[in-house]
Design a protein around this ligand. Structure first.
Ligand code: FAE
Length: 558
Protein backbone atom coordinates (compact mmCIF):
# COMPACT_ATOMS: atom_id res chain seq x y z
CA UNK A 1 0.00 0.00 0.00
CA UNK A 2 1.16 3.51 -0.76
CA UNK A 3 0.56 6.72 1.09
CA UNK A 4 -1.07 9.19 -1.34
CA UNK A 5 1.26 11.75 -2.82
CA UNK A 6 -0.46 14.68 -1.11
CA UNK A 7 0.57 13.21 2.24
CA UNK A 8 4.15 12.97 1.17
CA UNK A 9 7.28 14.68 2.21
CA UNK A 10 8.13 17.80 0.35
CA UNK A 11 11.84 18.37 0.45
CA UNK A 12 12.93 17.85 4.03
CA UNK A 13 9.57 18.70 5.61
CA UNK A 14 6.86 16.13 6.06
CA UNK A 15 3.26 17.11 5.24
CA UNK A 16 0.40 16.65 7.69
CA UNK A 17 -2.37 14.17 7.12
CA UNK A 18 -5.67 13.51 8.74
CA UNK A 19 -6.67 10.01 9.57
CA UNK A 20 -9.72 7.88 10.12
CA UNK A 21 -9.78 4.72 12.25
CA UNK A 22 -10.65 2.92 15.51
CA UNK A 23 -10.14 3.82 19.18
CA UNK A 24 -8.39 2.26 22.17
CA UNK A 25 -6.74 3.25 25.37
CA UNK A 26 -3.91 3.01 27.86
CA UNK A 27 -1.86 4.88 30.36
CA UNK A 28 1.73 5.93 30.48
CA UNK A 29 4.02 8.84 30.36
CA UNK A 30 7.48 9.75 29.40
CA UNK A 31 6.93 6.65 31.49
CA UNK A 32 4.47 5.84 34.34
CA UNK A 33 1.43 4.11 35.63
CA UNK A 34 -1.33 2.40 33.69
CA UNK A 35 -4.64 1.58 35.22
CA UNK A 36 -8.41 1.70 34.90
CA UNK A 37 -10.79 3.44 32.54
CA UNK A 38 -13.27 3.02 29.71
CA UNK A 39 -12.70 3.38 26.00
CA UNK A 40 -14.58 6.07 24.12
CA UNK A 41 -15.65 5.54 20.55
CA UNK A 42 -17.34 7.70 17.96
CA UNK A 43 -16.89 11.17 16.52
CA UNK A 44 -13.99 12.22 14.35
CA UNK A 45 -11.23 9.62 14.35
CA UNK A 46 -7.64 9.74 13.42
CA UNK A 47 -6.30 6.75 11.53
CA UNK A 48 -2.85 5.27 11.39
CA UNK A 49 -0.96 5.62 8.14
CA UNK A 50 -1.02 2.97 5.44
CA UNK A 51 2.53 1.63 5.31
CA UNK A 52 4.10 -0.44 2.53
CA UNK A 53 3.86 -3.82 4.23
CA UNK A 54 5.39 -6.52 2.08
CA UNK A 55 6.88 -9.98 2.11
CA UNK A 56 10.42 -11.24 1.92
CA UNK A 57 11.07 -14.62 0.33
CA UNK A 58 13.76 -17.04 1.42
CA UNK A 59 16.78 -16.61 -0.84
CA UNK A 60 15.86 -13.06 -1.88
CA UNK A 61 18.56 -10.53 -2.72
CA UNK A 62 18.01 -6.92 -1.66
CA UNK A 63 20.28 -3.91 -2.03
CA UNK A 64 19.68 -2.45 1.43
CA UNK A 65 18.26 -4.17 4.49
CA UNK A 66 17.37 -2.20 7.63
CA UNK A 67 16.91 -4.22 10.83
CA UNK A 68 14.25 -2.53 13.00
CA UNK A 69 11.51 0.01 12.27
CA UNK A 70 12.15 2.49 15.07
CA UNK A 71 13.73 5.95 14.91
CA UNK A 72 17.10 5.03 13.43
CA UNK A 73 15.55 2.63 10.94
CA UNK A 74 12.88 5.09 9.83
CA UNK A 75 15.38 7.89 9.24
CA UNK A 76 17.71 5.59 7.30
CA UNK A 77 14.88 4.23 5.15
CA UNK A 78 13.45 7.65 4.30
CA UNK A 79 16.71 9.34 3.42
CA UNK A 80 18.07 6.36 1.47
CA UNK A 81 14.83 6.12 -0.49
CA UNK A 82 14.90 9.84 -1.22
CA UNK A 83 18.43 9.32 -2.56
CA UNK A 84 17.01 6.80 -5.03
CA UNK A 85 17.72 3.51 -3.23
CA UNK A 86 15.32 0.64 -2.66
CA UNK A 87 15.09 -0.27 1.01
CA UNK A 88 13.66 -3.27 2.85
CA UNK A 89 12.97 -2.92 6.58
CA UNK A 90 12.55 -6.09 8.63
CA UNK A 91 10.85 -5.64 11.99
CA UNK A 92 10.21 -8.28 14.63
CA UNK A 93 6.96 -6.71 15.84
CA UNK A 94 3.61 -6.21 14.16
CA UNK A 95 2.53 -3.60 11.65
CA UNK A 96 -0.08 -2.08 14.01
CA UNK A 97 -2.18 -0.93 11.09
CA UNK A 98 -5.32 -3.01 11.62
CA UNK A 99 -8.05 -2.64 14.24
CA UNK A 100 -8.78 -5.73 16.32
CA UNK A 101 -12.26 -7.21 16.79
CA UNK A 102 -13.07 -4.37 19.21
CA UNK A 103 -12.38 -1.79 16.50
CA UNK A 104 -9.18 -0.64 18.19
CA UNK A 105 -5.61 -1.01 16.98
CA UNK A 106 -4.12 -1.00 20.48
CA UNK A 107 -5.16 -2.67 23.73
CA UNK A 108 -7.03 -0.88 26.47
CA UNK A 109 -5.39 -0.38 29.82
CA UNK A 110 -7.77 -2.12 32.18
CA UNK A 111 -8.51 -4.70 31.13
CA UNK A 112 -5.43 -5.02 28.96
CA UNK A 113 -5.28 -7.77 26.36
CA UNK A 114 -2.52 -9.55 24.47
CA UNK A 115 -1.90 -6.53 22.29
CA UNK A 116 -0.35 -4.80 25.31
CA UNK A 117 2.60 -7.10 25.93
CA UNK A 118 5.35 -8.76 23.92
CA UNK A 119 5.06 -12.55 24.12
CA UNK A 120 4.12 -12.61 27.77
CA UNK A 121 1.19 -14.15 29.64
CA UNK A 122 0.89 -11.16 31.98
CA UNK A 123 1.25 -7.43 31.65
CA UNK A 124 4.54 -6.13 33.05
CA UNK A 125 3.96 -2.53 34.07
CA UNK A 126 6.53 -0.13 35.49
CA UNK A 127 4.16 0.84 38.28
CA UNK A 128 3.22 -2.72 39.04
CA UNK A 129 1.74 -2.42 42.54
CA UNK A 130 -1.03 -0.40 44.20
CA UNK A 131 -1.27 -0.27 47.99
CA UNK A 132 1.55 -2.81 47.87
CA UNK A 133 -0.58 -5.32 45.96
CA UNK A 134 0.63 -6.58 42.54
CA UNK A 135 -1.58 -5.28 39.73
CA UNK A 136 -0.18 -6.95 36.61
CA UNK A 137 -2.91 -8.89 34.88
CA UNK A 138 -3.02 -12.06 32.79
CA UNK A 139 -3.12 -11.62 29.02
CA UNK A 140 -3.01 -13.95 26.06
CA UNK A 141 0.52 -14.55 24.75
CA UNK A 142 0.79 -12.34 21.70
CA UNK A 143 3.27 -10.18 19.80
CA UNK A 144 2.09 -7.14 21.75
CA UNK A 145 3.49 -3.65 21.51
CA UNK A 146 5.41 -3.24 24.78
CA UNK A 147 8.35 -5.45 25.72
CA UNK A 148 9.71 -5.55 29.24
CA UNK A 149 13.01 -7.32 28.68
CA UNK A 150 14.39 -8.73 31.92
CA UNK A 151 18.13 -8.76 32.55
CA UNK A 152 20.00 -9.52 35.78
CA UNK A 153 19.59 -6.13 37.50
CA UNK A 154 17.15 -4.28 35.32
CA UNK A 155 14.16 -4.65 33.06
CA UNK A 156 14.26 -2.55 29.94
CA UNK A 157 11.04 -1.34 28.32
CA UNK A 158 10.98 -1.15 24.52
CA UNK A 159 8.44 -0.73 21.75
CA UNK A 160 7.87 -3.62 19.35
CA UNK A 161 6.45 -3.13 15.90
CA UNK A 162 6.52 -0.84 12.90
CA UNK A 163 7.28 2.44 14.64
CA UNK A 164 9.55 0.97 17.35
CA UNK A 165 9.65 3.05 20.50
CA UNK A 166 7.34 5.67 18.99
CA UNK A 167 4.47 3.21 19.45
CA UNK A 168 4.72 3.20 23.23
CA UNK A 169 6.71 6.21 24.33
CA UNK A 170 5.48 9.36 26.01
CA UNK A 171 6.30 11.49 22.97
CA UNK A 172 8.48 13.91 24.97
CA UNK A 173 10.64 15.52 22.33
CA UNK A 174 13.52 17.30 23.97
CA UNK A 175 16.70 18.72 22.48
CA UNK A 176 19.53 18.68 25.03
CA UNK A 177 21.21 21.88 26.10
CA UNK A 178 23.94 22.69 23.66
CA UNK A 179 26.58 23.03 26.36
CA UNK A 180 26.01 19.37 27.36
CA UNK A 181 26.21 18.00 23.85
CA UNK A 182 30.01 17.75 23.82
CA UNK A 183 29.87 15.51 26.90
CA UNK A 184 27.33 13.21 25.21
CA UNK A 185 29.01 12.82 21.83
CA UNK A 186 32.45 14.45 21.91
CA UNK A 187 33.37 13.45 18.35
CA UNK A 188 30.35 15.17 16.79
CA UNK A 189 30.43 18.82 15.72
CA UNK A 190 27.68 20.54 17.79
CA UNK A 191 27.43 23.25 15.14
CA UNK A 192 26.10 20.87 12.50
CA UNK A 193 23.76 19.22 15.02
CA UNK A 194 22.19 22.43 16.34
CA UNK A 195 22.15 24.29 13.02
CA UNK A 196 21.02 21.44 10.76
CA UNK A 197 20.17 18.08 12.25
CA UNK A 198 18.23 18.91 15.42
CA UNK A 199 16.00 21.35 13.47
CA UNK A 200 15.55 18.73 10.73
CA UNK A 201 14.62 16.05 13.25
CA UNK A 202 12.23 18.29 15.17
CA UNK A 203 10.45 19.33 11.96
CA UNK A 204 10.15 15.81 10.57
CA UNK A 205 8.96 14.39 13.92
CA UNK A 206 6.31 17.17 14.07
CA UNK A 207 7.35 18.30 17.51
CA UNK A 208 4.84 20.78 18.92
CA UNK A 209 4.37 22.78 22.10
CA UNK A 210 1.43 23.04 24.44
CA UNK A 211 -0.68 26.22 24.40
CA UNK A 212 0.50 27.59 27.73
CA UNK A 213 -2.66 29.65 28.29
CA UNK A 214 -4.85 26.57 27.75
CA UNK A 215 -2.58 24.56 30.06
CA UNK A 216 -3.35 26.93 32.93
CA UNK A 217 -7.01 25.99 33.02
CA UNK A 218 -7.16 22.49 31.46
CA UNK A 219 -8.54 20.02 34.04
CA UNK A 220 -6.30 17.27 32.61
CA UNK A 221 -3.19 19.16 33.76
CA UNK A 222 -4.24 19.91 37.32
CA UNK A 223 -1.61 17.42 38.45
CA UNK A 224 1.11 19.31 36.58
CA UNK A 225 0.06 22.70 37.96
CA UNK A 226 -0.02 21.31 41.50
CA UNK A 227 3.38 19.69 40.98
CA UNK A 228 4.73 22.99 39.67
CA UNK A 229 3.39 24.93 42.66
CA UNK A 230 4.87 22.49 45.16
CA UNK A 231 8.21 22.55 43.33
CA UNK A 232 8.17 26.36 43.37
CA UNK A 233 7.56 26.25 47.11
CA UNK A 234 10.89 24.47 47.43
CA UNK A 235 12.64 26.95 45.12
CA UNK A 236 12.58 24.89 41.90
CA UNK A 237 11.46 26.22 38.55
CA UNK A 238 9.78 24.16 35.86
CA UNK A 239 9.93 24.15 32.10
CA UNK A 240 7.38 23.12 29.47
CA UNK A 241 8.31 20.00 27.52
CA UNK A 242 7.71 19.75 23.74
CA UNK A 243 6.00 16.61 22.47
CA UNK A 244 4.98 14.82 19.29
CA UNK A 245 1.46 14.29 20.65
CA UNK A 246 -0.79 16.72 18.79
CA UNK A 247 -1.72 19.25 21.49
CA UNK A 248 -4.52 20.63 19.29
CA UNK A 249 -6.05 17.17 19.29
CA UNK A 250 -5.71 17.06 23.07
CA UNK A 251 -7.61 20.34 23.36
CA UNK A 252 -10.43 18.70 21.43
CA UNK A 253 -10.27 15.70 23.76
CA UNK A 254 -10.66 18.02 26.72
CA UNK A 255 -13.58 19.71 24.94
CA UNK A 256 -15.19 16.32 24.39
CA UNK A 257 -15.38 16.59 20.60
CA UNK A 258 -13.08 13.71 19.55
CA UNK A 259 -12.32 10.19 20.79
CA UNK A 260 -10.10 10.26 23.83
CA UNK A 261 -6.56 8.99 23.87
CA UNK A 262 -4.13 10.87 26.15
CA UNK A 263 -7.18 11.75 28.24
CA UNK A 264 -8.22 8.13 28.42
CA UNK A 265 -5.03 6.71 29.90
CA UNK A 266 -3.47 5.66 26.60
CA UNK A 267 0.29 5.65 26.25
CA UNK A 268 2.30 2.61 27.35
CA UNK A 269 0.35 0.16 25.20
CA UNK A 270 -0.03 2.58 22.28
CA UNK A 271 -2.09 5.68 21.53
CA UNK A 272 -4.99 5.11 19.18
CA UNK A 273 -5.31 8.85 18.53
CA UNK A 274 -3.39 12.06 18.90
CA UNK A 275 0.18 10.82 18.86
CA UNK A 276 2.24 11.58 15.78
CA UNK A 277 4.39 8.49 15.90
CA UNK A 278 6.82 7.37 13.22
CA UNK A 279 4.01 5.69 11.30
CA UNK A 280 2.57 9.16 10.67
CA UNK A 281 5.86 10.98 10.10
CA UNK A 282 9.09 9.36 8.88
CA UNK A 283 7.60 6.02 7.88
CA UNK A 284 4.64 7.60 6.10
CA UNK A 285 7.08 9.77 4.20
CA UNK A 286 9.27 6.78 3.41
CA UNK A 287 6.19 4.96 2.11
CA UNK A 288 5.40 7.87 -0.17
CA UNK A 289 8.71 7.47 -1.99
CA UNK A 290 7.52 4.09 -3.29
CA UNK A 291 10.99 2.66 -2.59
CA UNK A 292 10.49 1.22 0.88
CA UNK A 293 9.03 -2.13 1.88
CA UNK A 294 8.36 -3.03 5.51
CA UNK A 295 8.32 -6.68 6.53
CA UNK A 296 6.86 -7.19 10.03
CA UNK A 297 7.04 -10.26 12.28
CA UNK A 298 10.56 -11.15 11.13
CA UNK A 299 13.26 -11.53 13.78
CA UNK A 300 16.84 -11.22 12.57
CA UNK A 301 19.25 -13.68 14.20
CA UNK A 302 22.42 -13.89 12.07
CA UNK A 303 24.37 -11.48 9.87
CA UNK A 304 27.50 -12.84 8.21
CA UNK A 305 29.53 -12.11 5.06
CA UNK A 306 28.11 -13.79 1.94
CA UNK A 307 30.48 -15.73 -0.30
CA UNK A 308 29.65 -13.67 -3.39
CA UNK A 309 29.76 -10.32 -1.59
CA UNK A 310 27.35 -8.51 0.65
CA UNK A 311 25.87 -10.13 3.75
CA UNK A 312 23.71 -13.14 4.46
CA UNK A 313 20.97 -12.25 6.91
CA UNK A 314 19.09 -15.08 8.59
CA UNK A 315 15.75 -14.38 10.18
CA UNK A 316 12.72 -16.16 11.59
CA UNK A 317 9.24 -15.26 10.44
CA UNK A 318 7.02 -15.60 13.51
CA UNK A 319 3.31 -15.89 14.15
CA UNK A 320 1.46 -13.67 16.61
CA UNK A 321 1.96 -16.26 19.36
CA UNK A 322 5.71 -16.17 18.73
CA UNK A 323 6.10 -19.57 17.08
CA UNK A 324 8.48 -19.77 14.13
CA UNK A 325 6.63 -20.04 10.81
CA UNK A 326 9.69 -20.06 8.56
CA UNK A 327 13.42 -19.44 8.66
CA UNK A 328 14.72 -17.36 5.78
CA UNK A 329 18.11 -16.26 4.57
CA UNK A 330 18.43 -13.24 2.32
CA UNK A 331 21.48 -11.50 0.88
CA UNK A 332 21.85 -7.75 1.27
CA UNK A 333 24.63 -5.54 -0.06
CA UNK A 334 24.22 -3.08 2.79
CA UNK A 335 22.79 -3.77 6.25
CA UNK A 336 21.75 -1.10 8.75
CA UNK A 337 21.45 -2.21 12.37
CA UNK A 338 18.52 -0.21 13.78
CA UNK A 339 17.20 -2.70 16.33
CA UNK A 340 17.60 -0.24 19.23
CA UNK A 341 20.23 -0.12 21.92
CA UNK A 342 19.32 -3.54 23.30
CA UNK A 343 18.45 -5.21 20.00
CA UNK A 344 21.50 -4.02 18.07
CA UNK A 345 23.88 -4.70 20.98
CA UNK A 346 22.53 -8.22 21.41
CA UNK A 347 22.80 -8.91 17.69
CA UNK A 348 26.37 -7.61 17.38
CA UNK A 349 27.66 -9.27 20.56
CA UNK A 350 26.17 -12.54 19.34
CA UNK A 351 27.67 -12.25 15.85
CA UNK A 352 31.13 -11.59 17.31
CA UNK A 353 30.94 -14.40 19.87
CA UNK A 354 29.60 -17.00 17.46
CA UNK A 355 32.08 -16.18 14.69
CA UNK A 356 29.56 -14.76 12.22
CA UNK A 357 31.30 -11.36 12.40
CA UNK A 358 34.47 -12.15 14.38
CA UNK A 359 36.30 -8.95 13.47
CA UNK A 360 33.84 -6.64 15.18
CA UNK A 361 35.72 -4.47 17.70
CA UNK A 362 36.08 -5.67 21.29
CA UNK A 363 34.20 -2.56 22.44
CA UNK A 364 30.92 -3.89 21.01
CA UNK A 365 28.47 -4.45 23.88
CA UNK A 366 30.14 -1.93 26.18
CA UNK A 367 29.18 1.51 27.40
CA UNK A 368 25.48 0.89 27.99
CA UNK A 369 23.49 3.19 30.25
CA UNK A 370 19.89 3.79 31.34
CA UNK A 371 19.90 7.58 30.83
CA UNK A 372 19.84 7.80 34.62
CA UNK A 373 16.15 6.81 34.74
CA UNK A 374 14.53 6.53 38.15
CA UNK A 375 10.91 6.99 39.26
CA UNK A 376 9.20 7.99 42.48
CA UNK A 377 5.78 9.18 43.61
CA UNK A 378 4.90 11.81 46.20
CA UNK A 379 1.72 11.77 48.24
CA UNK A 380 0.38 15.30 48.42
CA UNK A 381 -1.75 16.69 51.22
CA UNK A 382 -5.53 16.66 50.86
CA UNK A 383 -5.57 20.33 49.86
CA UNK A 384 -3.40 19.53 46.82
CA UNK A 385 -5.51 17.25 44.61
CA UNK A 386 -4.00 16.16 41.30
CA UNK A 387 -7.23 15.57 39.37
CA UNK A 388 -9.26 12.59 38.29
CA UNK A 389 -8.87 12.70 34.52
CA UNK A 390 -5.17 13.24 33.83
CA UNK A 391 -3.46 13.60 30.46
CA UNK A 392 -0.82 10.90 30.01
CA UNK A 393 1.31 13.37 28.06
CA UNK A 394 3.83 15.02 30.33
CA UNK A 395 3.85 18.81 30.02
CA UNK A 396 6.26 19.99 32.71
CA UNK A 397 9.66 19.07 34.12
CA UNK A 398 11.72 20.43 37.00
CA UNK A 399 15.11 21.33 35.57
CA UNK A 400 17.82 20.86 38.19
CA UNK A 401 20.57 20.29 35.66
CA UNK A 402 22.60 23.23 37.00
CA UNK A 403 23.03 21.46 40.34
CA UNK A 404 26.42 19.88 39.77
CA UNK A 405 26.13 17.90 43.00
CA UNK A 406 23.27 15.89 41.48
CA UNK A 407 22.04 16.92 38.04
CA UNK A 408 18.48 15.91 37.23
CA UNK A 409 15.51 16.65 35.03
CA UNK A 410 12.47 15.58 37.04
CA UNK A 411 9.33 15.17 34.97
CA UNK A 412 5.94 15.78 36.57
CA UNK A 413 4.13 12.82 35.08
CA UNK A 414 0.59 11.53 35.37
CA UNK A 415 -0.88 8.82 37.56
CA UNK A 416 -4.06 8.28 35.61
CA UNK A 417 -6.10 5.74 37.53
CA UNK A 418 -9.42 7.49 37.22
CA UNK A 419 -9.85 8.47 40.88
CA UNK A 420 -8.41 11.29 42.95
CA UNK A 421 -5.15 10.03 44.48
CA UNK A 422 -3.37 13.27 45.49
CA UNK A 423 -0.28 11.67 43.94
CA UNK A 424 2.41 13.41 41.91
CA UNK A 425 4.39 10.85 39.92
CA UNK A 426 7.92 11.69 38.76
CA UNK A 427 10.36 10.25 36.25
CA UNK A 428 13.85 11.65 36.76
CA UNK A 429 16.52 11.70 34.09
CA UNK A 430 19.84 12.00 35.88
CA UNK A 431 23.53 11.74 35.24
CA UNK A 432 24.45 8.24 36.30
CA UNK A 433 28.11 7.47 35.48
CA UNK A 434 27.67 3.69 35.77
CA UNK A 435 27.77 1.69 32.57
CA UNK A 436 26.65 -1.83 31.77
CA UNK A 437 28.02 -4.44 29.36
CA UNK A 438 26.21 -6.91 27.11
CA UNK A 439 27.91 -10.33 27.27
CA UNK A 440 27.26 -13.50 25.31
CA UNK A 441 26.71 -16.56 27.49
CA UNK A 442 28.19 -19.62 25.78
CA UNK A 443 26.13 -21.96 27.95
CA UNK A 444 22.73 -20.52 27.09
CA UNK A 445 23.55 -18.97 23.74
CA UNK A 446 21.90 -15.79 25.00
CA UNK A 447 23.11 -12.28 25.74
CA UNK A 448 22.75 -10.83 29.25
CA UNK A 449 23.28 -7.27 30.37
CA UNK A 450 25.78 -6.90 33.17
CA UNK A 451 24.05 -4.20 35.27
CA UNK A 452 23.19 -4.12 38.95
CA UNK A 453 20.16 -2.39 40.45
CA UNK A 454 22.46 -0.80 43.06
CA UNK A 455 24.19 1.06 40.24
CA UNK A 456 21.15 3.31 40.10
CA UNK A 457 21.97 4.85 43.49
CA UNK A 458 23.51 7.99 41.90
CA UNK A 459 20.18 8.52 40.12
CA UNK A 460 18.22 8.16 43.36
CA UNK A 461 20.60 10.58 45.06
CA UNK A 462 20.13 13.15 42.29
CA UNK A 463 16.34 12.77 42.29
CA UNK A 464 16.29 13.17 46.07
CA UNK A 465 18.00 16.54 45.74
CA UNK A 466 14.78 17.72 44.10
CA UNK A 467 12.09 15.59 45.70
CA UNK A 468 13.29 15.68 49.34
CA UNK A 469 13.10 19.49 49.53
CA UNK A 470 9.66 19.44 47.89
CA UNK A 471 8.45 16.90 50.43
CA UNK A 472 9.92 19.01 53.23
CA UNK A 473 8.38 22.29 52.11
CA UNK A 474 5.04 20.87 50.97
CA UNK A 475 4.51 18.46 53.84
CA UNK A 476 4.31 15.55 51.41
CA UNK A 477 5.78 12.04 51.55
CA UNK A 478 7.13 9.37 49.21
CA UNK A 479 4.73 6.55 48.31
CA UNK A 480 6.26 3.14 48.96
CA UNK A 481 3.49 0.93 47.60
CA UNK A 482 3.64 1.49 43.82
CA UNK A 483 6.93 -0.12 42.73
CA UNK A 484 6.63 -3.02 45.16
CA UNK A 485 5.45 -3.49 48.72
CA UNK A 486 7.58 -1.05 50.75
CA UNK A 487 9.57 0.04 47.68
CA UNK A 488 9.97 3.79 47.31
CA UNK A 489 12.04 3.99 44.12
CA UNK A 490 11.37 2.67 40.65
CA UNK A 491 15.09 2.01 40.21
CA UNK A 492 15.07 -1.42 38.57
CA UNK A 493 13.70 -0.56 35.14
CA UNK A 494 14.49 1.82 32.30
CA UNK A 495 12.68 3.41 29.39
CA UNK A 496 15.73 4.98 27.78
CA UNK A 497 18.33 2.31 26.92
CA UNK A 498 21.38 3.88 25.30
CA UNK A 499 24.73 2.56 24.09
CA UNK A 500 26.31 -0.81 23.43
CA UNK A 501 27.83 0.13 20.08
CA UNK A 502 29.14 3.61 20.66
CA UNK A 503 29.91 6.12 17.92
CA UNK A 504 33.58 6.66 17.19
CA UNK A 505 34.41 3.70 19.46
CA UNK A 506 32.74 0.58 18.06
CA UNK A 507 31.97 2.33 14.77
CA UNK A 508 33.62 5.15 12.89
CA UNK A 509 32.34 8.67 13.49
CA UNK A 510 29.26 8.02 11.33
CA UNK A 511 28.15 4.55 12.42
CA UNK A 512 30.15 2.46 9.94
CA UNK A 513 31.34 -0.93 11.23
CA UNK A 514 34.63 -0.46 9.43
CA UNK A 515 35.88 -4.04 9.62
CA UNK A 516 32.82 -5.00 7.55
CA UNK A 517 32.23 -2.54 4.68
CA UNK A 518 28.50 -2.18 4.06
CA UNK A 519 27.46 -2.72 7.70
CA UNK A 520 26.20 0.28 9.65
CA UNK A 521 24.70 1.06 13.05
CA UNK A 522 22.13 3.88 13.12
CA UNK A 523 20.18 3.81 16.39
CA UNK A 524 20.35 4.54 20.11
CA UNK A 525 23.17 2.03 20.62
CA UNK A 526 25.52 4.73 19.23
CA UNK A 527 24.93 7.03 22.23
CA UNK A 528 27.00 6.19 25.32
CA UNK A 529 24.47 5.82 28.09
CA UNK A 530 23.07 9.33 28.57
CA UNK A 531 21.49 12.18 26.65
CA UNK A 532 20.62 14.39 29.69
CA UNK A 533 17.05 14.54 28.32
CA UNK A 534 14.55 12.12 26.75
CA UNK A 535 16.51 10.55 23.93
CA UNK A 536 14.53 10.12 20.71
CA UNK A 537 15.14 13.59 19.26
CA UNK A 538 18.88 13.03 19.67
CA UNK A 539 18.62 9.49 18.25
CA UNK A 540 16.78 10.94 15.25
CA UNK A 541 19.08 13.92 14.73
CA UNK A 542 22.18 11.76 14.96
CA UNK A 543 20.70 9.32 12.46
CA UNK A 544 19.98 12.25 10.12
CA UNK A 545 23.60 13.38 10.40
CA UNK A 546 25.05 9.92 9.89
CA UNK A 547 22.87 8.95 6.95
CA UNK A 548 23.80 12.19 5.17
CA UNK A 549 27.46 11.22 5.44
CA UNK A 550 26.84 7.58 4.50
CA UNK A 551 24.85 8.55 1.40
CA UNK A 552 27.49 11.08 0.38
CA UNK A 553 30.46 8.82 1.09
CA UNK A 554 29.25 5.29 0.37
CA UNK A 555 25.97 4.87 -1.47
CA UNK A 556 25.56 8.02 -3.51
CA UNK A 557 22.41 9.63 -4.95
CA UNK A 558 20.65 8.23 -7.99
P1 FAE B 1 13.59 1.59 18.70
O1 FAE B 1 12.71 2.76 18.48
O2 FAE B 1 13.41 0.80 19.95
O3 FAE B 1 13.40 0.60 17.45
C1 FAE B 1 14.05 -0.64 17.35
C2 FAE B 1 13.14 -1.61 16.60
O4 FAE B 1 13.91 -2.76 16.25
C3 FAE B 1 11.96 -2.11 17.42
O5 FAE B 1 10.75 -1.92 16.72
C4 FAE B 1 12.26 -3.60 17.62
O6 FAE B 1 11.09 -4.41 17.66
C5 FAE B 1 13.11 -3.93 16.41
N1 FAE B 1 14.02 -5.06 16.61
C6 FAE B 1 14.79 -5.31 17.67
N2 FAE B 1 15.51 -6.45 17.52
C7 FAE B 1 15.16 -6.93 16.26
C8 FAE B 1 15.55 -8.08 15.52
N3 FAE B 1 16.46 -8.96 15.99
N4 FAE B 1 14.98 -8.28 14.30
C9 FAE B 1 14.06 -7.39 13.82
N5 FAE B 1 13.66 -6.28 14.50
C10 FAE B 1 14.22 -6.06 15.71
O7 FAE B 1 15.11 1.99 18.64
N6 FAE B 1 12.07 8.81 24.47
C11 FAE B 1 11.84 10.13 24.37
O8 FAE B 1 12.64 10.85 23.77
N7 FAE B 1 10.70 10.68 24.91
C12 FAE B 1 9.80 9.94 25.62
O9 FAE B 1 8.78 10.47 26.08
C13 FAE B 1 10.05 8.56 25.77
N8 FAE B 1 9.21 7.77 26.49
C14 FAE B 1 9.40 6.42 26.50
C15 FAE B 1 8.45 5.61 27.14
C16 FAE B 1 8.58 4.23 27.06
C17 FAE B 1 7.57 3.36 27.74
C18 FAE B 1 9.65 3.65 26.33
C19 FAE B 1 9.78 2.15 26.21
C20 FAE B 1 10.60 4.44 25.72
C21 FAE B 1 10.49 5.83 25.80
N9 FAE B 1 11.41 6.66 25.17
C22 FAE B 1 11.20 8.01 25.13
C23 FAE B 1 12.64 6.11 24.54
C24 FAE B 1 12.57 6.08 23.01
O10 FAE B 1 11.38 5.46 22.59
C25 FAE B 1 13.81 5.34 22.49
O11 FAE B 1 14.95 6.08 22.89
C26 FAE B 1 13.81 5.17 20.98
O12 FAE B 1 12.70 4.42 20.58
C27 FAE B 1 15.09 4.49 20.50
O13 FAE B 1 15.08 4.47 19.09
P2 FAE B 1 15.86 3.36 18.28
O14 FAE B 1 15.70 3.66 16.84
O15 FAE B 1 17.21 3.20 18.84
Amino acid sequence: MRVPADDAVSGRGIGRRGFLVGAGVLAGLGGAAALGGAAVLGGARRARAALPIGRLEDGAAVPILVIGAGYGGAVAALRLAEAGHDVTIVEQGMAWDTPGPDGKVFSGTVPADGRSSWLSTTTDQPTDHLLGIPINMPVERYTGVLAAEHFGGIRVYQGRGVGGGSLVNGGMAVTPRREFFHEILPSVDPGEMYDTYYPRANAALRVNRIDEEWFESAPCYEYARVGRALAAGAGFSTTFVPNVYDFDYMKQEQAGTVPLSALNKESLYGNNFGKQGLDKTYLAAAAATGRVTVVPLHVVAVVAPAAAGGYQVRMDEIGTDGHVIATKTVVAQHVFFAAGSVGTSKLLVTQKATGALPNLPDSVGFNWGNNGNVMAARQNRLDDPTGINQSTITALGIDNWDDTAGQAFVEITSFPIGVETFVNMHLAITKNPNRGVFRFDEATGRVDLDWQTAWNQPSIDAAKRVLDPINASAGTTYRDDLFGDGKMWGDDFAYHPLGGCVLNESTDNYGRLTSYPGLYVIDSSLIPGSTTVNPFVTVTALAERNIDAIIAGDLGRR
